[in-house]
Each structure stands twice: as C-alpha cells, then as structure tokens.
Design a protein around this ligand. Structure first.
Ligand code: PEP
Length: 236
C-alpha cells in the first residue's frame, strides 16, 4: 500500500518545516510519498518519508526559463512525480503530448511517474467517461516499451471528486480499475478524490485499490493519522 500526499500550492518554508516534523512522527508501515511544492523539495529531510514532486518539465535541462527538469529532481533525491494532474490539465493547459514527454523524461531519470487520469462530471453524465479514460491512458503511454509502461503508477482521480467531498461508488471505482487494467500492465492503481478518514471505511472494501492520492487530507495531520491507521490494518 502506498499513499501519496499532494501538498499542492501550500505551506511556506516555516510552515513546511513544522508540517514535516509533525508527519514524520506518524508511525506507519505504509509507504508515504510526500509531494511538496518545488521550493520545499529543497527543505525536505526524512529517513521515513519518500520524496515526490508535483510536476516536472517536459524538456531536458537547458535553456528553459522557469522549468525544473527530471535530472534536477533526481539530484534532490525525488523518487516519484505526479504527471497530468487535472489541475495542471485545466489551469496550465497541459496536453497529451506534454504528458507523454514528461513521463519519458522521468523514466530516463529513474523517477516513477504517477499518471493522474479521470473524467469530468459532464463526461460521466454523458457516458463518455470510458472513452476519456482510454484516451488519457493511451496518449500518455505512447511509444513506451512494455517494460516502461509497467513502471508507471496510475492514479484514478475523477475531476468531479477532487476537493468536492463527492466520491464514486465502489462499483464505479471497480469498473474503472478493471478497465484501466485492460489497457496497461501497471503494477499499481491508486484512487484519489476527496478521500478522508471517514469514507476510507467504504473505500477500503475495494481489493483492487493499491493506494491513495490525498490532497486536502495531506494537510490535516491528525485526520491523516487516523486514515493511515485505518488502512494499515489492511496491510498487516
Ligand atoms: C488531488 O488533488 O489529487 C486530490 C485528491 O485532492 P482532494 O483529496 O482534496 O480531493
């Protein structure tokens, strides 16, 4: 079981130091991957928590002002990186080609990509959600060897669930997870979207879930601890 903590654009330097101290004290056997903002990556120090990034450049190191390459992330000991988060697709107009390039750069640097995919409310309501998921998936793994495809972690995050308090039913999650597995030989599929210390009681009944991607809950240390206790019993 793996849990990814996506801090998004939160926590200034001092806040991050206090936060890191708090979450480092959580006793858990779960693999915890923390994705701070880029600047806080350089403040990260932990022998328990694994370092991740929220983003990477689609370019190699060089004349790309404002970008952070996979090679730079690697030098900070980053082991995982989110790619194609719905907020980047929406606000930064991140497209299929860029997402595919980012995955390739990460794999070249031995950083594990966590590919975020998921449909909007309109796409679900109009029954287009499977087509959308398939397109997001296949465009992201374009030209990758089977061996490299297997290295990618998939995070299913319905856009309508992120930060809204709404979660899909277990049947809906199971349907998508099986669908994803029919297109990619991934080792792990995570669920993300409004996961908290309460709804995990329902989510943990789904055997197909290999882990979770947490946004809001990543910043709520006490609730995060409760959540981890609940899923830890599954992995013991
Ligand atoms: C996310 O943004 O990836 C996410 C899962 O956010 P939240 O947990 O707040 O829905």
């Amino acid at each position: 079981m793996i849990v990814i903590l996506n801090n998004k654009c939160n926590l200034n330097k001092d806040e991050f130091k206090a936060y890191l101290k708090d979450i480092s004290e959580i006793k858990t056997k779960i693999d915890l991957v923390l994705c701070p903002n880029f600047l806080n990556i350089s403040e990260f120090k932990s022998d328990k928590i694994i370092l991740g990034s929220q983003n990477v450049s689609a370019q190699n190191s060089g004349a790309f002002t404002g970008e952070i390459s996979a090679n730079i992330l690697k030098s900070y000991n980053v082991k995982y990186c989110l790619v194609g988060h719905s907020e980047r697709r929406k606000y930064q107009q991140e497209n299929y080609h860029e997402i595919n390039q980012k995955i390739k750069k990460l794999l070249e640097s031995n950083i594990t990509p966590i590919l975020c995919i998921g449909e909007t409310k309109e796409e679900r309501d109009s029954k287009k959600y499977k087509e959308v998921i398939k397109e997001q998936l296949l465009s992201a793994i374009k030209d990758l060897s089977l061996e490299n495809q297997k290295k990618i972690i998939i995070a299913y995050e319905p856009v309508w669930s992120i930060g809204t308090g709404l979660i899909p039913t277990n049947n809906q999650i199971e349907e998508i997870f099986s669908y994803i597995k029919s297109y990619i030989m991934t080792n792990k599929i995570l669920y993300g979207g409004s996961v908290n210390e309460t709804n995990v009681d329902t989510l943990k009944k789904i055997n197909l879930i290999d882990g979770y991607l947490l946004g809001t809950l990543s910043l709520q240390e006490k609730k995060l601890k409760l959540f981890l206790n609940k899923i830890e019993n599954l992995t013991n």
